[in-house]
Design a protein. Structure first.
Length: 190
């Protein structure tokens, strides 16, 4: 059990890098992409997310995403199944439940914005992303700019019209890279 707690502590410490490590001093305050409304069809997706930072630092977690037209819910779990966080968003309010083991500096709500940038329909994102934000889109990529400076690059490694199975997200602002592999995808009744 002590080894499992140490593993959870190390995971939490490394995950905090997604939210705040290596933040350039010249970019303040930290700003996340605006969050788009929930969208259908209903689905449950399980993903393995590997986060990478400079110096060959990396960590992984499981992410369970459930969404429909009323709500978005994301649960972050260790690879052993321990609950790290739960985020829900109904289009108006965001609710966050974090494990006490997760440092305050970890911002799971930023993961919601990252997931939307990767997976949301382009027409919904374009309604949400307004100046000073700008979204550049191609068949195998999405690029997000803030004040004409590129902050995120999304590359579809295994494009799929329903749900891309393998994606790379590079966040230049916070200096991390996510490799997102879909483990399972299930359509849910609405």
């Amino acid at each position: 059990m002590p080894q499992q707690r140490l593993g959870v502590f190390l995971l939490c410490l490394l995950l905090s890098g997604c939210a705040c490590l290596n933040k350039p001093d010249e970019i303040e305050p930290p700003i996340a992409m605006p969050i788009a409304p929930p969208t259908g069809p209903g689905r449950r997706v399980v993903q393995q997310i590997s986060a990478h930072w400079p110096g060959n630092r990396q960590e992984s977690l499981l992410c369970v995403l459930e969404l429909d037209k009323q709500q978005i819910a994301i649960a972050g779990l260790t690879n052993d199944g321990l609950d790290l966080f739960n985020v829900t968003y109904d289009g108006k309010s965001l609710k966050l439940d974090k494990s006490p083991l997760l440092p305050d500096s970890v911002a799971p709500e930023l993961m919601l914005a990252d997931m939307q940038l990767v997976y949301w329909p382009l027409e919904l994102l374009q309604k949400t992303v307004r100046a000073p934000w700008r979204l550049d889109v191609g068949q195998r990529y999405r690029r997000l700019f803030y004040n004409n400076q590129q902050v995120i690059d999304v590359n579809y490694l295994a494009p799929d019209p329903v749900w891309p199975r393998s994606v790379e997200l590079i966040n230049y602002r916070y200096n991390y890279r996510l490799l997102i592999k879909t483990v399972s995808y299930e359509a849910l009744p609405e």
